[in-house]
Ligand binder design. Sequence first.
Ligand code: ZN
Length: 149
Amino acid sequence: MSYPVTYYCPHCGAVVEIEREGYLADKSVTPYPLEGWTYADPHDSANASYESVDGIRFVCGEMPPESDVGQTETGIRWTGDQSNADDVENPTMTSPCDRTFYLSFVRFENGNEIEPQPDTDQVRIASDTAGPSKPNGPTSPDGPGGFRR
Ligand SMILES: [Zn+2]
């Protein structure tokens, strides 16, 4: 039994509605893919139930081609609404924005929920701020102005 669920683009807030299985639990909607998650194209009718994937890769505002299967079959619909949620990156930008975002389902392994790896940007920021800053090499005894010979 599938039913419609709505999400919004984290870039511009464009609201999308998809039909999906009710038992799949959502983890998050992010502007980047989570490490280790497998994403399906929402327009691929072979994946219409999303049972064998970890998430869905959206392109904001993208519709299936007219000649392809209809919206009701792929189960994706851009409602034309724009979310005004606080975590929308840029609510004033043109919507839909054609940018990519990712809906991730909760994954389990051996009964335990898998936590996604942090975004690589966050990892880099964390290591830059943790611990003392690197020394700039030995200070020459005759003071600054180093490369004299
Ligand atoms: Zn967008």
